[in-house]
Design a protein around this ligand. Sequence first.
Ligand SMILES: Cc1ncc(C[n+]2csc(CCOP(=O)(O)OP(=O)(O)O)c2C)c(N)n1
Ligand SMILES: [Mg+2]
Length: 663
Amino acid sequence: MAELLERTAGPERRMADALRALAIDAVEAAKSGHPGMPMGMADVAATLWTKVLKFDAADPRWPDRDRFVLSAGHGSMLLYGLLHLTGHAGMEMDELRNFRQLGSRTAGHPEFGEHPGIETTTGPLGQGLATAVGMAMAERMLAARFGRSLVDHRTWVIASDGDLMEGISHEAASLAGHLKLSKLTVLFDDNSISIDGATDLSCSDDVLKRFAAYGWATKRIDGHDHAEIAGALGYAMRSGKPTLIACRTIIGFGAPTKAGTAGSHGAPLGPDEAAAAKAALGWTEPPFTIPADIAAGWQEAGRRGARERMAWLRRIQKSPQRAEFERVTSGRLPDDWRAGLDAWKQALSTEKPKLATRQSSQKALEALIPAIPELVGGSADLTGSNLTHVKAMGTLSPDNWGGRHIHFGVREHAMGAAMNGMALHGGLIPFGGTFLVFSDYMRPAIRLAALMRQRAVYVFTHDSIGLGEDGPTHQPVEHLAALRAIPNLHVFRPADAVETAEAWALALSRTDGPSALALTRQALPTLRTTHTPENMTARGGYVLVEASAQRQATLIASGSEVSLAVAARELLEAEGVPTAVVSMPCFELFMQQDETTQAVTLGGGLRVGIEAAIGFGWDRVLGLSGLFIGMTGFGASGPYEKLYRHFGITAEAVAAAVTRRLD
Ligand SMILES: Cc1ncc(C[n+]2csc(CCOP(=O)(O)OP(=O)(O)O)c2C)c(N)n1
Ligand SMILES: [Mg+2]
């Protein structure tokens, strides 16, 4: 360590040492946090931010800035230190002093929304890298639409051993290589240490060969050698491929006993080691103090991009595409976006087609795609099943960034994270499809979309035993409940083509979170045969068919089971039991209704929930005295009509259960 400290000493090291000192101080003050990674990657980060990264601290939301993603979110103090030192408003020293405290912007892991310089929430390893892939894709797509004079920026990622061990990094890097995302660079913190100790406890990958096989350019450097770092950043910018720079670093660089060990990963160095580390670095300032010359150097770096931003502002002032660019980047939909969808919805009530809701979703997309140019999406290799492709989209490829349909490949988790990256980048509204049962494969990204309040739309088809012969591996039973458990995710399970159109409208007009559409493989009748200009799905649940007299029972169902409920109601009415049917396409929106509306909708009689899924969560509308008819375990393989009978989810079974209870 002594030799290395001596060899690297100099003005550039001092710039980096400012980041190290702040990380040490903040983690000591908080008595928790991760000092090792910021200390190890300080040289790489300092070189990137002071020499290469295109940004202007005066406007961290400048649309043509480079995106910087700290995928290894545990090293959050590195990002906070960079934002502070470069003079970002809202990241003053007090924020660093309050690192990890309730109400501060400096959360344990970077949280999108806490400060405009935080591009994405990171911490769940691997997802930052995959999110960055989505950002880099968005840059290419917007450049194809608006030209390089408005859109020409790069995406930089710092990723750790853990990031690259995670499965999602394989999916995302493979997709990035295929798409030739040459403006994406991953700076790999190659310190060979993770929490349990040396990475060779569990990993023998040749990371460079691995990325080369994906079609990336690769380079290995000493991550503490400033000349090598600068050279590698230049190499990445010249490369015609996405680039991985493996930066050999020492975790906890400078700490006399903990450097190079897992001991510096996730705990304060402790007062003695902290003091000794600063002494070794030659850092003599008191805590949270930056010497004037170093502070001035960093402030200057924060203003480095100002001239470029001004030039860009002049270009956009003159651009004929200005209004459209500002519209899409602000997230505002075109004024007339609903017209085609509304016309389709109105036609449905008279035509009354029998369509699977996945087909209805495709029909809705046919109306939406021409109306909303920023709407892009695709499927994780189930395009023909999810029906996410419509003609006007064209197909995205490395040679056609104007294409709007994306073949994500069999990479659900990366798809979810890339969708987040596109939404976060701005200028695009992403949707992505797979079977509902495989929502589990992308759940961590859905969770982050919900946490970050991003508009993303998941097209989950084959939503129950109604998919039939593919059997229990493909039949979701717990997935609706599991998705409904994610805060701020709206889960729609539309009953017919009308509700499907309404669900799409709600998912797209929502600007504070993601939406999932659970759609059938099997055909369903049109139930909403009287056109209403009102979007009834927006109520979450509503009375579809009222009882002939004072209600004795209310059948509450979603999706494919609503038509079953209508049939059961007819049986019950014939037996003299006045029964209403409530369609419940979205629990979350229903729960936002006032209590009286909820109570009136659900009625005072017996409440019966019907859904071809487990009943977990239904007590929210059924109470303790309600009945639930659905699944109690896994499904089975067979024709779907037989499966419904086998599992007792039929109109007759519902009617019998109701009369039994009312007797
Ligand atoms: C998906 C996920 N699993 C586990 C963790 C907990 N965790 C945080 S950092 C880390 C590994 C640390 O090793 P590395 O990524 O190399 O970071 P370094 O210690 O080098 O800073 C783990 C397992 C996490 N944040 N995300
Ligand atoms: Mg590591």
